[in-house]
Design a protein around this ligand. Structure first.
Ligand SMILES: *[C@@H]1O[C@H](CO)[C@@H](O)[C@H](O)[C@H]1NC(C)=O
Ligand SMILES: *[C@@H]1O[C@H](CO)[C@@H](O)[C@H](O)[C@H]1NC(C)=O
Ligand SMILES: *[C@@H]1O[C@H](CO)[C@@H](O)[C@H](O)[C@H]1NC(C)=O
Ligand SMILES: *[C@@H]1O[C@H](CO)[C@@H](O)[C@H](O)[C@H]1NC(C)=O
Ligand SMILES: *[C@@H]1O[C@H](CO)[C@@H](O)[C@H](O)[C@H]1NC(C)=O
Length: 244
C-alpha cells in the first residue's frame, strides 16, 4: 500500500512550494511539486560537488499536462561558467516530450523521450569528458547517444545544482518561460557513467546502484527557498514528519 500526502510550505513573503511525501511501506519519498511556471520556485541540492570527469543523473519526473515550452529539469552552474550542465525539456502540446543535455554551454539536440501525459517517467543523462560521449534514457532505455558534447573540461566543482529553474547568473536570474512545471522526485547523481544494463536494472528492480553514487535523494538533502527574499528561508524537510 502506498499513500501520498502533499504539504504546502510558505515563507515570510508567502512564497509557497508544494512538497509531498509518499509513503511506501516504511520508507518515505520526498516529491517536489511545481504547480505552474514561475521565476522563483526551485529546490537547491545541499551538496558540495567535486569536479566530475563523468557523470550520471537519474530522476523521476511528471510534467504538468497543461504546460508547454522549454522546461528546465535541473541546471548546475559554477562560478566561472553558468551553463555548466543542464537537462532541459521541450514540451509541445500533443507531442512527445523532448529532452536535451547541455554541457559547458554546448546544447545537445532535443530528442523525443516520452509521452506528454500525466504519468511519472524516469529519465537519466550520462556524460563523459572522454570524447564528450553522452546518452539520454527514458523509462530505463537509452533513446539517444551522442559524442563531442564539449569535452574540454570535467564538470567543475563547488557549483549550484538547482532543480526546476535555469540559472542565468550563479544561483539566480531565473526565467518563468524556462521553468519546470510538474513533479520531480528521486534525483540521484553518480560521478561515473552508468551503463545501459545498470540503468535498466534500476528501473526494473527499483534498486539504487551504490557504486559512484555521490548524491542520494533523502528527506534532508534539499533546501527549498525563495531566491527573491533576502533571507534564505530554509524549510527543514524533517518538519514534514511532524505535520502528517
Ligand atoms: C559544504 O561545505 C561547507 C563549507 O566547507 C560546509 O559548511 C557545509 O556543511 C558543507 N555542506 C555539505 C552538505 O556537506
Ligand atoms: C489542467 O487543466 C485542467 C482544466 O483547466 C484542470 O482541471 C487540471 O487541474 C489542470 N492540471 C494541472 C496538473 O494543473
Ligand atoms: C567548452 O567548454 C569550455 C569550458 O569548459 C569553454 O571555455 C568553451 O568555450 C566551450 N566550447 C564551446 C565551443 O563553447
Ligand atoms: C525567455 O524569455 C527571455 C526574455 O525574458 C528570452 O530572452 C528567452 O529567449 C526566452 N526563452 C525561451 C526558451 O523562449
Ligand atoms: C555494466 O556495468 C556493470 C558494473 O560495472 C558490469 O558488471 C557490466 O558488465 C556492465 N555491462 C555492460 C553491458 O557493459
Amino acid at each position: 500500500m502506498s499513500s501520498l500526502q502533499f504539504f504546502l510550505y510558505c515563507n515570510a513573503s508567502f512564497f509557497c512550494l508544494c512538497v509531498g511525501l509518499k509513503t511506501i511501506g516504511s520508507s518515505e519519498i520526498l516529491i517536489l511539486e511545481f504547480s505552474g511556471r514561475s521565476d522563483r520556485k526551485h529546490a537547491r541540492l545541499l551538496h558540495n560537488f567535486s569536479s566530475m570527469g563523468s557523470v550520471t543523473v537519474c530522476t523521476r519526473v511528471r510534467f504538468n499536462p497543461n504546460c508547454s515550452g522549454i522546461s528546465t529539469i535541473f541546471s548546475y552552474s559554477i562560478q566561472s561558467y553558468i551553463n555548466e550542465f543542464q537537462l532541459r525539456a521541450n514540451v509541445i502540446q500533443g507531442k512527445t516530450v523532448q529532452l536535451a543535455v547541455l554541457v559547458h554551454g554546448i546544447h545537445g539536440p532535443y530528442q523525443d523521450a516520452f509521452e506528454h501525459d500525466s504519468y511519472w517517467h524516469t529519465t537519466c543523462v550520462t556524460w563523459s569528458q572522454i570524447g564528450g560521449h553522452w546518452a539520454l534514457y527514458a523509462d530505463g532505455l537509452a533513446f539517444y547517444r551522442g559524442d563531442g558534447l564539449n569535452s574540454t573540461d570535467s564538470i567543475g566543482p563547488d557549483g549550484l545544482f538547482i532543480i526546476g529553474q535555469e540559472q542565468d547568473t550563479f544561483g539566480g536570474s531565473f526565467k518563468k518561460n524556462e521553468s519546470f512545471s510538474g513533479s520531480i522526485t528521486d534525483l540521484h547523481i553518480w560521478d561515473r557513467v552508468l551503463n545501459s544494463s545498470e540503468i535498466s536494472s534500476m528501473k526494473n528492480q527499483c534498486s539504487l546502484i551504490s557504486s559512484g553514487l555521490v548524491f542520494q535523494w533523502r528527506m534532508t538533502s534539499q533546501t527549498i527557498y525563495d531566491q527573491v527574499s533576502s533571507l534564505m528561508s530554509t524549510f527543514m524537510l524533517k518538519i514534514l514528519y511532524f505535520s502528517s
